[in-house]
Design a protein around this ligand. Structure first.
Ligand SMILES: Cc1cn([C@H]2C[C@H](O)[C@@H](COP(=O)(O)OP(=O)(O)OP(=O)(O)O)O2)c(=O)[nH]c1=O
Length: 209
């Protein structure tokens, strides 16, 4: 890893094994930002279809917990999983399946506020803890040209709600209230607290792993 000057860091001496149950490079990079380097990356493959009438918060918490349960590991290991959704009223906007759906999502989100919720689950054996964080985000209404250019950029692919705040879409977002890292896929302050509660403290001792 690169060790930023004056950095904080390292949980690598921790005797507990940490498995990140996620295929998201953003989650791995966010954890690295606070010096947490999972021993293994083991993505979970689950059915992400919402249940009939399922509310956004219930859905995202269920997803994070199901991902954690789907990963086989012995009781000595900690498993961290997460799920991020965009919610507009009671509508759940997950990862768009194609460009047309991404465009529909962006038209819906433009000119109003929506919520981005990430649920994180930490599992050790049968013990499961799930925490969720919500950020309020305002997106401006996109012109036809902005919309078509954004769709062409393909940055919407694999992103809940069809946009990535950490990329071009930052030009469309004049306001957020709450955690920024939560929108990108993992709320770091709460992730550090959750890990510490499971005896996996993120230590800020100036060493660099
Ligand atoms: C809203 C938003 C979401 N996202 C991403 C975070 C998540 O990776 C993704 C939502 O999909 P998720 O299903 O939460 O995660 P994933 O499929 O990428 O990875 P895994 O299930 O294996 O953990 O959207 C951004 O990167 N930026 C944003 O601004």
């Amino acid at each position: 890893m690169t060790c930023p000057k004056g950095a904080l860091i390292s949980a690598t001496n921790n005797p507990l094994k940490l498995i990140l149950g996620s295929a998201s490079p953003r989650r791995r990079d966010l954890l690295a930002q606070i010096g947490v380097h999972p021993d293994e990356i083991r993505p979970a493959d689950i059915d992400e279809t919402p249940e009939q009438g399922e509310r956004p918060l219930a859905y995202v918490q269920r997803m994070a917990a199901e991902k954690a349960r789907a990963i086989a590991a012995d009781d000595a290991a900690l498993i961290l999983t997460a799920d991020t959704i965009v919610a507009c009223g009671l509508r759940i906007l997950g990862k768009p399946t194609d460009a047309a759906q991404a465009a529909d999502y962006l038209k819906l989100l433009g000119g109003r506020r929506h919520r981005v919720t990430t649920a994180m689950t930490l599992r050790r054996g049968a013990k499961i803890t799930t925490r969720s964080v919500t950020t309020s985000v305002k997106m401006k209404r996109l012109s036809d040209q902005e919309l078509s250019q954004y769709i062409q950029s393909k940055e919407w692919q694999g992103k809940a709600g069809g946009y990535a705040i950490q990329g071009i879409a930052s030009a469309f977002i004049p306001f957020i209230s709450g955690s920024y890292t939560n929108v990108v896929g993992l709320p770091l302050a709460e992730a550090a607290t959750l890990l510490a509660s499971a005896q996996y403290p993120v230590s800020f001792d100036g060493t660099c792993s």
